[in-house]
Design a protein around this ligand. Sequence first.
Ligand SMILES: *[C@@H]1O[C@H](CO)[C@@H](O)[C@H](O)[C@H]1NC(C)=O
Length: 315
Amino acid sequence: IKTMQLLNQSQVSEFILVGLTSFKDIEFLLFALFSIIYLVTVLGNLLIILTVFLTPNLNTPMYFLLGNLSFVDMSLASFATPKMIVNLIKHRKTISFLGCFTQIFLLHLLGATETVLLVSMAFDRYVAICKPLHYMTIMNKKLCILLVVMSWCSGLLHVGLQLPFAINLPFCGPNVVDSIFCDLPLVSKLACTDTYFVQVVIVANSGMISMSCFLILLISYTLILTTIRRSSSIGQSKARSTLTAHITVVIIFFGPCIFIYVWPFNNHSVDKFLAVFYTIITPILNPLIYTLRNKEMKTAMRKLWRALVHSNEDS
Ligand SMILES: *[C@@H]1O[C@H](CO)[C@@H](O)[C@H](O)[C@H]1NC(C)=O
């Protein structure tokens, strides 16, 4: 039996991604829906990045961070969704071993980067609203760049502390992942060895990070909101709408994350529906919120559009 086990080890060369449903009609519907959402997400985030780059008015810390968040969002939308969309209309929904672990790597790299960026943006709002007189000195260019660099480094650190434990697991048995992309809790459960330790690592790393960042964000936004309520300045309603936007993103991003990583032991079948929130819904929120509801952004985009039309007429 020992030799049999050794022979069978690492036999798995590909995984099967079950997806959300097995009903053909619903799959076609989801194919259309997710394709449109994906297209809007990529174009919308690109538009935000371009607008921030090309508009001198938006050369502020908030938009600097927002531009970077859009970039992370675009990547977060792209690491697994195209594959998932293609799989929706394919009969054999497979992903290679390497592809599977690449998805895990990117998900955790981008997820952790997004987390730290969201905390940075909360900090930016905290300084802007609670320490308005020192805003420009505190949030200088150097700090902004440092925050972005730090968020990417945290992302790398987060993956580095987690993935090595999973990649060495032996996979010999079942290879069906009951989700729309590969993620650690589900994939490590497929290993033909005791994965208790890996699961503990997942809770200690992903679970703790999402939980503590969520608490930090909740506390800072509560502080900011109470500050706004006490002072009644002119910029209040504008500040409040920006805050509402941030808080919406935070809740939709972290709610499902916490649910999935704090209790990875008993994977529920709802997990894969929750995964939709932080890979498909969160990335489209920025474009929706900032292009439809933010006046500064809308004005900037209109100006860019006009400039573009004019330059076409001239040439
Ligand atoms: C994002 O951050 C990088 C590095 O700090 C910076 O060079 C870039 O301009 C930022 N992107 C946007 C769209 O603001």
